[in-house]
Design a protein around this ligand. Structure first.
Ligand code: Z5A
Length: 208
């Protein structure tokens, strides 16, 4: 079976990392070779860019610098991790990818989706996720979950209206290509979220 590129998206504290660990486990139980990874990050250089992006110390990047840093990290991640894994027939399950750029740098920061689309083509060529799992929830719930952890990064210091725009950005993306997006109600309790993920994996194997 050929590898698939799955991304998990959503606002702060929506349960992406938890869903990723669950999905990876389920896929490995089926004997698949799976590469879990994340953005920004996934390689030493891309993780260093992540630190810069999330840090609250020193100079904050302007919107355009933030966008270019996100894509610089993505170029490295694609070349070093994602493309080699997919070429080897592995499954890649990535916590955030380019839909996050449309939601955060586009809808929430106000940069144009046309510009993001140009960079997407420049950096990714034709590479797009096979499936995007959108963990959708009201920002209030996610912010409360994430903030219970303590120290806040640069994005986590944004207010609720920023996260409303992020959510809307994601939902708009899902509407544009409903065949590639699976919207999960992330407000449900964990067993219910996991049942939704199980139904999704069943569908992959039914059609394969
Ligand atoms: N960013 C960007 O601007 N542009 C881009 O292109 C990309 C990223 C790729 C990276 O942060 C930041 O980079 C991100 C956008 C920006 N900023 N924000 N915000 P990140 O990837 O670390 O994102 P995060 O949202 O801060 O991650 P998170 O806070 O770790 O959330 P999560 O992974 O979605 O949630 P979790 O860790 O799985 O769960 C949070 C807590 O809730 C935890 O205690 C769980 O046990 C609990 N949980 C999980 N599921 C449930 C359910 N169903 N019920 C109850 N409790 C639950």
């Amino acid at each position: 079976m050929a590898g698939r590129f799955i991304t998990i998206e959503g606002g702060e504290g929506a349960g992406k990392s938890t869903a990723q660990a669950f999905l990876v486990d389920r896929l490995e139980q089926r004997g698949l070779s799976v590469v879990p990874t994340r953005e920004p990050g996934g390689t030493p250089l891309a993780e260093a860019i992540r630190q810069t992006l999330l840090s609250v110390d020193g100079e904050a990047p302007v919107e355009m610098a933030e966008l270019l840093l996100v894509f610089a990290a993505r170029a490295q991640h694609l070349a070093k991790v994602i493309e080699p894994a997919l070429a080897a027939g592995k499954w890649v399950v990535c916590d955030r990818f380019t839909d996050a750029t449309y939601a955060y740098q586009g809808e929430a920061r106000g940069l144009s989706s046309g510009l993001i689309s140009e960079l997407e083509t420049l950096v990714q060529g034709a590479r797009r996720p096979d499936t995007v799992i959108l963990m959708d929830m009201a920002p209030k719930t996610g912010m409360a979950r994430a903030r219970s952890r303590g120290v806040l990064d640069r994005f986590e210091r944004e207010d609720a209206t920023f996260y409303e725009r992020v959510r809307q950005g994601y939902l708009n993306r899902a509407k544009l290509a409903p065949d590639r997006y699976v919207v999960v109600n992330a407000e449900q309790d964990l067993p219910s979220v996991q049942r939704s993920l199980d139904e999704l994996t069943e569908r992959w194997f039914d059609v394969s």
